[in-house]
Design a binder for this molecule. Sequence first.
Ligand code: NAP
Length: 552
Amino acid sequence: MTDQMTTETSSENSSTVASQPDYEVVIIGAGVGGLYQIKRLTDLGVNATVLEGDEDLGGTWYRNRYPGARFDSESFTYGYSWDEELLQEWHWTEMFSPQHETLKYLNFVADKFGLREHLQFNCYVERMVFEESSCTWIIHLKDGREITARFILTAVGPLSVPTMPRIEGIDGFQGESFHTFHWPSEPVQLAGKRVAVIGTGATAIQLIPEVAKEAQTLTVFQRRPNWAAPLNNRDISEEEMADIRKRYDEIFAACARTPGGFEHEPDRRGFFNVSREERLELWDGLYDGPGFGIWLQNFVEIFMDEDANAEFSEYIADRIRQRVDDPELAEKLIPKDHGFGIQRVPLETNYFESYNRDNVQLVDSSETPIEKITETGIQTSDQHYEFDLIVYATGFDAFTGAFDRIDIRGVGGMSLREKWSDGPVTYLGLLVSGFPNLVMISGPQTAATNFPRGAELSVDWATALLEHMWDSDKKRFETDLAAEQGWFDHVVKMYEPFLLRTAQSWITGYNSNLEGHEYGKTRYNIYNGGGPRYAAGLQKVAQEGYEGINIE
Ligand code: NAP
């Protein structure tokens, strides 16, 4: 360890950096990635801190408090894998943990490992500027403070900037209204209320059945339906948890060898090599089984071949028809513009049955679009609806949103926002040319996996790079344009064989609420080559002396 790692000097409120920065490493974000990152750095004795804009830790699991919010990942595949004692201590009570339990888990981790003292809350980063002369980042906080750091590791989350619709009158509504991401921490009274939910993505699909149970009336405004399949959640008994604890090595090994970082392994028999009866037998089992099995234990051809996809989509459509009493309504809930699994599949509990309730109504916004929000409700092209509460489940400015809202300035004042105006370009999803000494934990173009499995890869790789810097007494790293272009080309190539390339979703950068995010202007937000290939690539770069990265 070098002196730079432990020396604390203060350069508060100075725009030119003194000989030593305030921190060797600043991490931005105290969610799943940021907590693990600070654990790794404090174990090494590094002078590091976490700046968190919210008033507490948890990131996604602190914010998304809407009723029904829970994992779509099996709980025991989502927890951290890196501490045996933690694995043996923690009891997941449900196969798919609800938000409050996950938040409790993250708090438990922070307390167990003494991480809280390294977390600074209400520290919203507005601007960060790389100062070449001192090889240091100057971080400007919303409260006016300046903090300096040699290295910055962003752990800002891929889905942490909610987007509101651009609808006339949205600010004039006199009842209650909020985005799901801003669901209040105090209990929201739903009983006796006329509630509207706008949107039918994964969030709305979790929320709608819960609101339906409580509200006087629930009106869902659906522009495009989404394919969804049962979560099949259940409790985990003491005995089962004891078995899971014994199997953790096996569980994490399975997560490491599957493309999505789950235990679910694709069926490798080949869609066209088995009979229709065999396919139906597989699908019946998966539909009644837990979690993403229906998506990830399926035949890979479904995600690449239009005929295979059409046959499976029709199977799911039939299952929806069996669950919705009104055949006309069932047809409205079945997507016609894309096949199953091309967009991220929401998992549900009684979602389709919710529409059989007398107090639930679907408004098809593709037929009768929302024209404006009025003081008392929603005006569509067809009629006016009165509401007490409007919930916007209208999605996120995915991946780049959390970077765009910080004014990030690299070499020569280069703006990251401008560099990424047509979509992200990165090296390995972790580094950006022109932005030295910056690593993005689970940044755009990292592997799309069960989130913590990918975040742990990012954190371990970033930590190893920093250790390499300290061991060799280096101060500056930066990827080069050629390496960045090479990675971008590879990322694009990994979209090509998959029908997902046609998706109208955040995976391809679509968001009707954001300018420049129209359908067809593809943004390559994820690495679609799978976790194992991604992990092998990261390892190779490190082993070969950080190829594509200039270290000085
Ligand atoms: P989303 O998938 O982007 O869905 C947004 C929904 O809002 C869509 O139905 C969209 O309709 C609609 N919408 C947006 N703007 C609108 C407008 N101006 N007018 C009418 N409708 C509008 O967002 P999300 O549901 O929040 O989910 C995002 C991601 O978060 C998920 O895919 C998932 O990865 C993650 N998530 C995870 C979990 C979990 O792990 N359990 C739970 C929830 C979410 P269009 O399709 O027509 O644009």
